[in-house]
Design a protein around this ligand. Structure first.
Ligand SMILES: [Zn+2]
Length: 234
């Protein structure tokens, strides 16, 4: 039986839920992120641009045929987006990924992208890292996007097979090759003939999503698109 409003309001007064972006108490009806933050988050709106003008899509030019490249927010150090990503990645606040995924998925659907994808796959963590953290931060974003776009998602369609070596002293090409070796398609029958949307928390160089796209295309995916919660400059 649900508690009467008076009691839930009283509980909220004692233990206020705070906005995961700004830490201010939430009011009733707000969903993990307050109305002010929702209005003021630095949205890229890249999905509203023609493909040729989308700066994210350009990061893949001359490398792989990535059909669409989406990034919801612009990463800013010390800002709300960094705070949200920190909550998602290190403080088990998976609602951050779900809420942002749902909002963004809804926007993509409203912009007409809904019918473009057959399956959403998150970039996987290495099994060891997954065991340490207990969850993959990209899963919740995939789940939220799936709800917004009305498209299925699969948590284990991709697998990370070896740990990435230290990349600090490597050239760009070596770095790509290094990362490219670490993903494999876990269930090729899920991917062949399908239009896949691969999702990650942050897109910086695009190397990780590119490596995933490469193995998906090799496994027979019809098209591959990529999406990230936030995009950072290289
Ligand atoms: Zn807020």
């Amino acid at each position: 039986m649900p508690l009467p409003t008076l009691i839930t309001d009283f509980i909220a007064l004692l233990f206020p839920q705070v906005c995961l972006a700004c830490q201010e108490p939430l009011t009733r009806g707000e969903d993990h992120i307050c109305t002010i933050c929702r209005a003021q988050l630095p949205y890229t709106d890249y999905h509203r641009l023609p493909a040729a003008e989308n700066p994210l899509a350009r990061r893949f030019w001359g490398k792989l045929p990535v059909q669409h490249a989406f990034g919801y927010l612009r990463f800013q150090k010390q800002g709300r987006v960094q705070h949200l990503l920190h909550e998602l990645k290190y403080r088990n606040q998976q609602e951050v990924g779900k809420v942002l995924g749902r909002w963004f998925g809804q926007e993509l659907a409203d912009a007409g992208y809904g019918p473009n994808f057959d399956l959403i796959l998150p970039v996987p963590l290495h099994a060891r890292r997954l065991a340490q953290r207990g969850y993959n931060q990209s899963d919740s974003f995939a789940e939220g996007l799936a709800a917004g776009l009305h498209c299925p998602w699969q948590p284990d369609g991709l697998r990370r097979i070896t740990k990435t070596e230290s990349q600090t002293r490597k050239s760009r090409l070596q770095r790509w090759q290094n990362v490219a070796e670490v993903f494999e398609v876990a269930q090729p029958e899920l991917v062949a003939g399908r239009r896949i949307l691969v999702v990650d928390d942050v897109l910086t160089t695009g190397a990780t999503l590119e490596a995933c796209a490469a193995v998906l295309l090799a496994a027979g995916a019809t098209t591959v698109s990529v999406a990230a919660i936030a995009t950072a400059d290289r």
